[in-house]
Design a protein around this ligand. Structure first.
Ligand code: HTL
Ligand code: MG
Length: 630
């Protein structure tokens, strides 16, 4: 191809003329579509940021300057321009590039990220560090309109506008989070786009900016601001009110204009927000038409693109059950922090629009909103990904558990998540939730049990955390809602007899346990579906029968099911042989979860090998009396 082949670093982008910048942008766009067709990934966001990416690399030297991308999912173009072009087809796969910016991957990635709303605080800190050392580099943050709904981002603005370090904030506004963006700020940003003054500012770009930045304009600008405020309600601009200089909105697909503004804003003292309007999926018809589906794409055929069908997911099973429960009880609500599609709530949001709320990317707000509803007698279900509930941890303790409120946490993406990798792994929630008084923690092994647990949780009251994995439901039911299991709270289920080695599964690992046990009479299987409260009676019975107990969990070993089992046995004075299988003390990268589970020692083959060894160990102990006394 053309220009892209000759880009080796910042200097090559810096010297391009404006027609070449445009050409580079279209090459980059084509390359991103090609890559995503082969690998899947965050297509729509990366396409929307193509011109911005080119303009940023034209102006900034990312080996020296710090560009902090929020979430980092829109950075395919950035990766291609910073020496990773030849590895793009490995993105999100085992051993390949990460789907987000990752500082260990490249010096051009200022921050390891994946969760939203961190860019402003991180960039603020970097700007403080730079100024403390009088270092010669620039700091810019790029944040989406969705990420700006997060409390962290807003609280960081509050600091930035107060301390006023020199930095650029690019607000990349495409009117979309994963689904439609929500909130009052979003409404305000829509008003900005239609205000005549701002439209004029866009047309007369250079003139408008010279008004805004020049120190000379301090006085005139103050007068103008006052006049504008008088004629134009939208110029009560909250960003300006928070102490930022505000420029925009401008067309975020006009690379020349972007480069112009970025170059000039870089010279200004204090913090400046450049508000750009972009289109999610820009330049690829299907993605522009349906940016929700193409936010995170599976692999597709470029010429005949069709979104891959996913089959019936655990999230769908939850969404259908939530619909049925809300039909039956008008106190049931569902809250989502910006994850309507991912949490299986599209149908629910339509059928129960009045008892559905998307609070934006604000997990902390989601938890405490649930607390407020519960305090007034409603029955909120908070649908949340395991990894994102980390953002609401204090609220679970402080706002829900202290009051023993009737809040159900419906935790999705529990376990290894695949391509999203280490920022999104849902492998800590059992540990961090098990520590909290009053809270039950359970995991269904199949769809009827999910329904039964959800129903029992609402009937029983009190805070409950139910969790299920990413992916296809087991088994995929024929009808949306049929069987609902009766679940006796805090009980495990013995699924297969056998008392030499007993495998304790939790959610999907029950399936692993059953297939490893096969019909071997020596190997028993228990569905340890409640990790809190534990079924202590059954556990002690296993210990007293002299069984070797093997816990299998798609979760970190520290504080998980295995820990709970060992603690309970110790507390009850039992010295059973316990083997804990799960994730050791490491962050698990992106990759195929099945393969990772084998490598980490709790995939089906790994467990089979381990169980064979344990059976052999027991036989050896029985055969040699000496060994038995060890
Ligand atoms: N909650 C938190 C704390 N972090 C993340 N990343 C999510 C939820 C999930 N999430 C994304 S991307 C995204 C969400 C909600 C939308 C971001 O919207 P924004 O950018 O306007 O900032 P855009 O997609 O380009 O429009 C991922 O997990 C990748
Ligand atoms: Mg957006």
């Amino acid at each position: 191809m053309g220009l892209l082949d000759h880009i080796t670093g910042h200097q090559d982008v810096a010297r391009l003329r404006s027609d070449e910048l445009k050409a580079l942008a279209s090459e980059l766009r084509e390359e991103i579509i090609d890559v995503c067709a082969e690998t899947g990934g965050h297509l729509a966001s990366s396409l929307g940021a193509v011109e911005l990416t080119v303009a940023l690399h034209h102006v900034y030297d990312t080996a020296r300057d710090r560009i902090v991308w929020d979430v980092g999912h829109q950075t395919y173009g950035h990766k291609i321009l910073t020496g990773r072009r030849d590895r793009m087809r490995s993105i999100r796969r085992h051993g390949g590039l990460a789907g987000f910016t990752t500082s260990s991957e490249s010096e051009h990635d200022a921050l390891t990220v994946g969760h939203a709303s961190t860019s402003l605080a991180a960039a603020f800190g970097m700007a403080l560090a730079r100024d403390a050392r009088q270092a010669p580099y620039d700091v810019a943050a790029v944040i989406g309109d969705g990420a700006l709904t997060g409390g962290m981002a807003l609280a960081a603005l509050n600091q930035i506008g107060h301390v006023k370090p020199r930095m650029t904030i690019v607000l990349n506004d495409n009117e979309m989070s994963i689904s439609e963006n929500v909130g009052a700020l979003n409404t305000f940003m829509r008003q900005l786009q239609v205000q005549p003054w701002f439209q004029r500012a866009e047309q007369t770009g250079k003139e408008a900016l010279s008004d805004l930045w020049a120190p000379l304009a301090e006085v005139t600008s103050r007068a103008k601001t006052a006049a504008r405020r008088f004629f134009d309600p939208a110029s009560n601009n909250p960003f300006m009110a928070m102490g930022l200089r505000y420029v925009g909105p401008i067309d975020g697909h006009d690379v020349e204009q972007l480069a112009y503004y970025l170059r000039h804003i870089r010279e200004l003292d204090g913090p400046t927000m450049l508000h750009i309007i972009t289109r999610k999926g820009k330049g690829y018809e299907v993605a522009e038409a349906d940016p929700i589906t193409w936010h995170g794409a599976s692999t597709f055929d470029r010429l005949e693109p069709a979104a891959a069908g996913k089959g019936y997911q655990w999230s769908d099973a939850f969404g259908d059950a939530a619909c049925a429960l809300a039909d039956a009880d008008d106190r049931v609500w569902v809250i989502t922090p910006a994850m309507r599609e991912g949490s299986g709530l599209v149908r629910y949001s339509r059928e129960h629009a009045r008892r559905y709320i998307d609070v934006g990317i604000a997990e902390d707000v989601a938890v405490t909103t649930a607390a407020g509803l519960a305090l007034r007698g409603e029955k909120p279900i908070l649908a949340i990904y395991s990894s994102f509930l980390q953002r609401g941890y204090d609220q679970v303790i402080h706002d829900v558990s202290l009051e023993r409120l009737d809040v159900v946490f419906a935790i999705d993406r529990a376990g290894l998540v695949g391509g999203d990798g280490m920022t999104h792994q849902g492998v800590y929630d059992v540990s961090y939730l098990r520590a909290i008084p009053n809270l039950s923690v359970a995991m269904p092994r199949d769809v009827p049990q999910l329904r039964g647990m959800l129903k029992a949780a609402l009937e029983r009251g009190g805070p409950v955390a139910l969790r299920w994995p990413r992916g296809s439901a087991t088994p995929a039911p024929d009808a949306p809602v049929e069987a609902w299991d009766e679940v006796v709270w805090g009980t495990w289920e013995r699924l297969k007899p056998g008392d030499q080695v007993v495998l304790l599964g939790f959610g999907p690992t029950v399936g692993t346990a059953l297939s490893v046990a096969g019909d071997d009479p020596r190997v028993g299987v228990v569905d340890a579906r409640f990790v809190k409260p534990l079924d202590v009676a059954m556990l002690l019975a296993l210990a007293d029968a002299g069984s070797t107990i093997v816990t299998i969990e798609d979760h970190v070993l520290h504080g998980g099911l295995g820990s709970a089992v060992v603690e309970a046995l110790a507390d009850h004075g039992r010295a059973a042989r316990v083997v804990r299988l799960g994730i050791p003390d490491v962050h698990v990268d992106h990759g195929d979860p099945k393969r990772q589970q084998e490598e980490l020692g709790y995939g089906e083959e790994a467990v089979r090998t381990r169980v064979a060894a344990l059976l052999a160990e027991r036989e050896a102990v029985v055969d040699t009396p000496q060994a038995a006394s060890v």
